[in-house]
Every structure is written in structure tokens, then in C-alpha cells.
Design a protein around this ligand. Structure first.
Ligand code: FAD
Length: 347
């Protein structure tokens, strides 16, 4: 193991919120080191190609840098990744990409010893403050049913091309599942869906997707098994149980795409001693400063909500985190921190 590197702050995670925090710290001359286990914007990189953000561009713009798209429509994954690269270049932010924070030890004086590992090998860091901006979508939620780990069962929707001229059963009934169903259908797949409720809820679906999915269902182009729960997968035979009658039926499909949401990985927060509440592992945070119950450990971005059953914490309501954390680290009065001017007020 090489020597220990010393910095005042470590930022973990270079998603939009981690990058915004790094820009704010750089502006203030705070000595920090910044890690991401993957590339910058790793979570967004993992979206399906050409996925369009639901949030409007001005709400997902960070660090005061406007986000423009050629046709003024909402940003795609590709446009937003290019934008994040520009922001990092604009502020000349140094992100240690492909370097995962693996362990956190709190020393008697309240500082932290961190171990990272990645493409440059293991390293050790000593910091006074730790900011965890590790997001809320570390991995897919699973059903925990027999056959779920078969090769033809996917938990991420990588590209509709995969499903061309195959039968695909999509499990779920919110944005991810419906977007995947429409894209697979238009890409030439034979699509069916299983959803545990009696109908789709337009409140939880992007407004431009709802009319299309309900229209295609009515026309019989996409077969939707409402009120069903998948109970097992055996090769290409899937068992669905009717949640009302309890009756079981078999659907034959080449692929199963389980898109029922994401879970956060709160293991770093737990390792640091942060109190996590409820089954969703919501960290205990002082909302004025974003500092947790462990002095010197801050949590920012969507990680503040742990695993989100219903998405309520988005990029747009996390912008203020960077300013609260910087104010706290610099010993400024957090009550004076306002939402930055470039953000429109919440509607
Ligand atoms: C399909 C889809 C569509 C979405 N649409 C929207 C939308 O329209 N609007 C919106 O606001 N949000 C949307 N989201 C949610 C969006 O992804 C998040 O709001 C956003 O990425 C959160 O930013 P963040 O910086 O908090 O975390 P993330 O972007 O998740 O960044 C966390 C970073 O932490 C890194 N990391 C994790 N653990 C470690 C570790 N141990 N060491 C080092 N690095 C680590 C990860 O690699 C990652 O880069 C969408 C999500 C999905 C899946």
C-alpha cells in the first residue's frame, strides 16, 4: 500500500449532484478529493440509449451552467452526459474515476481514513470531512422468485435491439417498464406485460407515454396481464398468479424484463455510522447542513432518501445541497443559504 494522501474533504460519487458539489468547493478554494467507482455520470450512462429525462433542462442544469438542446426538447441521456463532461471541463474538476471507496474508518480525533480501489490500484486517504453523493439507484429491485437468475431474465433495459422479433414479457407498470414496452414494440418485438395492479396510474407515468400504452393495449397490440404477479420462471414458461382470484396461468416468452424499480446501496453510510431509518434506509440528516448524525459526514443528492419507493427526490430538488454543505464546512450560517438564482422556484 502506498502512502496516505491528506485532503480536507472527500466527495464520493460524480453524478450530477457530486459534480455540482465539487464545482462549489472549487469556487470556494476548499481542498478536496473526488472519487467515482465508474465514469462521471455513471448512473445516467447506464440509462437505455436515447432515454429522455422527465425533468426539464433548466431543472437538471448544474453549477450555474445552462443546459441547451438543439431542439429545445428535454435532454436525452447522450446530451446530458455530454453536458456533464462540459461542466467538468469548464471548472477543470479532477475526478478520480473508476476508483471505488471501499472502506471508511472514523479515527479518535473525528477524522476519517478511507480505502479506495480501482484501475490505479489500492490507495489510502485521510480526510476531515466526507460527502457521500452515491445516488439512490445502485441496482435493480428483484422479485426473489425461482428462475429469476436465468440468462433470459434481464433486470436492466439495455437496448431494444436485443428483443427484435422475440417475445418479451415486461414486468412492472411505471415509467421504466412502460417506456421499455413501447420501445421494444416499435423495435419489432412481440411485447406483453405483467402488472400487479388493475390499471396503470397516469400520475406515475410520463404524460407522453400514457396515451400510447393504453391505446396499444386497447388495440390488442400489447397484451397486458393486469392484476398479476409473476411467481416463477422455468425456461421460456412463466407462471403468473392472478392477485384477485389466485388462479395461475402460463405465458410463453423468450425474454423476461423485470423493471420494478431500483434500490439504493447505503453500505457506505452504514459503515460511517450513519443512522438509517425504515426498510428504505433513509439516513438521519440535518436538512440545514446535510450533515448526518455522524459529525463530519454529509449526504447529498438522491442518496438522502435511501431507496425511493416513489421518486420524490430528484436532481432538481438537490441543487441546494452543495451550498448547504459548503456553508457548513466553511462555518457559515446555513440559514442564509438560498436556492441558487438559476433555479426556477418549485412549481
Ligand atoms: C431511467 C431513469 C430516468 C430518470 N429520469 C430522471 C429525471 O428525469 N430527472 C431526475 O432528476 N432524475 C431522474 N432519474 C434519477 C437520476 O438518475 C438521478 O436523479 C440522478 O442521477 C441523481 O444524481 P446523484 O448525483 O444524486 O446520484 P447518481 O447520479 O446516482 O450518482 C451517484 C454516483 O456515485 C457513484 N458511487 C456509488 N458508490 C460509490 C463508491 N463506493 N465509490 C465511488 N463512487 C461511488 C456511482 O458510480 C455514481 O456515479 C432517472 C433515473 C432513471 C434510472
Amino acid at each position: 500500500m502506498s502512502r496516505t494522501h491528506h485532503h480536507h474533504v472527500a466527495i464520493v460519487g460524480a453524478g450530477p449532484v457530486g459534480i455540482e458539489i465539487a464545482a462549489a468547493m472549487k469556487r470556494e478554494g476548499i481542498d478536496y478529493v473526488h472519487f467515482d467507482a465508474g465514469q462521471i455520470g455513471q448512473t445516467i450512462y447506464q440509462f437505455t440509449p436515447q432515454t429522455r429525462f422527465f425533468s426539464s433542462n433548466e431543472r437538471i442544469a448544474i453549477a450555474g451552467v445552462p443546459l441547451q438542446t438543439c431542439d429545445q426538447s428535454k435532454s436525452t441521456r447522450e446530451q446530458y452526459l455530454a453536458y456533464l463532461r462540459s461542466v467538468v471541463q469548464q471548472f477543470d474538476l479532477q475526478v478520480r474515476t473508476y476508483e471505488r471507496l471501499e472502506s471508511i474508518r472514523r479515527l479518535d480525533d473525528g477524522s476519517f481514513l478511507l480505502d479506495t480501489n480501482g484501475i490505479r490500484g489500492p490507495a489510502q486517504w485521510h480526510v476531515q470531512k466526507l460527502v457521500l453523493a452515491t445516488g439512490g439507484t445502485a441496482g435493480p429491485r428483484k422479485l426473489g422468485i425461482p428462475g429469476e437468475d436465468q440468462e433470459n431474465v434481464h433486470h436492466r433495459f439495455d437496448d431494444p435491439h436485443v428483443y427484435f422479433r422475440t417475445r418479451v414479457l415486461i414486468v412492472g407498470g411505471k415509467n421504466s417498464a412502460i417506456e421499455a414496452a413501447l420501445r421494444c414494440y416499435h423495435a419489432g418485438a412481440n411485447v406483453s406485460m405483467s402488472y400487479r395492479r388493475a390499471e396503470f396510474d397516469p400520475k406515475h407515468i410520463k404524460y407522453w407515454l400514457y396515451p400510447e400504452i393504453t391505446g396499444l393495449a386497447k388495440a390488442g397490440r400489447i397484451d397486458i396481464h393486469y392484476n398479476t404477479q409473476m411467481t416463477s420462471i422455468d425456461g421460456t414458461a412463466v407462471t403468473l398468479r392472478d392477485v384477485v382470484t389466485g388462479e395461475e396461468s402460463t405465458v410463453h416468452t423468450d425474454f423476461v424484463l423485470v423493471l420494478i424499480g431500483y434500490r439504493a446501496d447505503m453500505s457506505l453510510a452504514r459503515m460511517a455510522g450513519v443512522e438509517l431509518k425504515t426498510e428504505f434506509e433513509v439516513p438521519t440528516i440535518n436538512q440545514e447542513t446535510m450533515e448526518t448524525n455522524v459529525p463530519g459526514v454529509y449526504i447529498a443528492g438522491t442518496a438522502i432518501a435511501g431507496t425511493q419507493d416513489q421518486f420524490r427526490v430528484f436532481i432538481e430538488n438537490c441543487h441546494v445541497h452543495s451550498e448547504r454543505i459548503v456553508a457548513s464546512i466553511l462555518g457559515r450560517n446555513p440559514a442564509r443559504v438560498q436556492q441558487t438564482e438559476y433555479l426556477r422556484p418549485e412549481s
